[in-house]
Design a protein around this ligand. Structure first.
Ligand SMILES: [Zn+2]
Length: 256
């Protein structure tokens, strides 16, 4: 078992990336909450992560922290947007640094992967935009559920029919699945209509936000982007309390 003394020593002296940019990014809430520390990552791996992070950081605009530190919503079409209430966090990807995969025992050509960097990207959102986004997002789920209930109800209603009683056992299941699929498809159509209706007021895709133009130019894209709206996790908190791509901590690498 590790004593407290051991833990302190491990986090304060032995960590090879202390005070470097990766430390200030992943360890912004302290060593105990740092994924490099918690995951018991090898020192060489930490260094490698640090090198990757420096490339990632070099591909970010200097004012990138404005997207989460903004006091007003960036998904609102009007400027300034409504006051910030939550964060919509998107997975953003960049081709740098080059990441190669596909070599098996030194055979075959190494294939360049599309994604070299993958970062969480929290963006300020107001409660109205959250409400609209949630409604569209939940519609598909609810419609599958309603379709299921409807299917079961129909099966119960027709279960007395002679045709059903003499048909194969799987027929009730087919009926339920059929209604689920139909109502789910209708839900999808309604969601599309809602996105259209709300599009005067808000952006449903991250890169529709005009302030994102520079990020797009620098090569960033949404990881697994969807057709109508960007998939995001909406929460009251950022990934870390002191989350920042460019730390305000003035200490230099090597400082105690
Ligand atoms: Zn808004």
């Amino acid at each position: 078992m590790e004593t407290k003394q051991n833990l302190v020593e491990k986090s304060s002296r032995r960590c090879s990336v202390k005070h470097t940019p990766i430390c200030k990014f992943l360890g912004s809430d302290g060593c105990e909450k740092c994924s490099l520390y918690k995951g018991d990552v090898k020192e060489t791996e930490k260094k490698k992560t640090g090198e990757i992070w420096e490339v990632t950081q070099s591909n970010l605009p200097w004012d990138v922290d404005n997207f989460h530190e903004s006091e007003t919503c960036l998904f609102c079409k009007k400027r300034p947007g409504n006051p910030k209430a939550v964060y919509g966090t998107v997975e953003l990807a960049h081709p740098e640094p080059p990441y190669e995969k596909g070599m098996i025992f030194g055979l075959g050509k190494p294939q360049r992967e599309e994604v070299g960097s993958l970062i969480p990207f929290p963006v300020a959102m107001c409660k109205d935009c959250k409400k609209r986004y949630d409604l569209v997002e939940n519609l598909k789920f609810y419609s599958a559920f309603v379709g299921f209930l409807l299917g079961v109800l129909i099966v119960l209603l027709i279960s007395k029919w002679e045709v059903i009683q003499y048909s194969p056992e799987y027929i009730p299941l087919v009926i339920v699945l059929f209604f689920m699929a139909v109502v789910y498809a209708i839900g999808g159509k309604v969601a599309e209509k809602l996105i259209k209706k709300y599009s005067d007021e808000m952006y449903f895709r991250l890169f529709q936000i005009p302030e994102m133009a520079e990020m797009e130019e620098m090569g960033w894209f949404v990881y697994r982007e969807e057709k109508e709206k960007t998939r995001m996790i909406i929460s009251k908190k950022k990934p870390r309390e002191h989350f920042r791509y460019f730390s305000l901590d003035p200490r230099q690498p090597g400082d105690e």
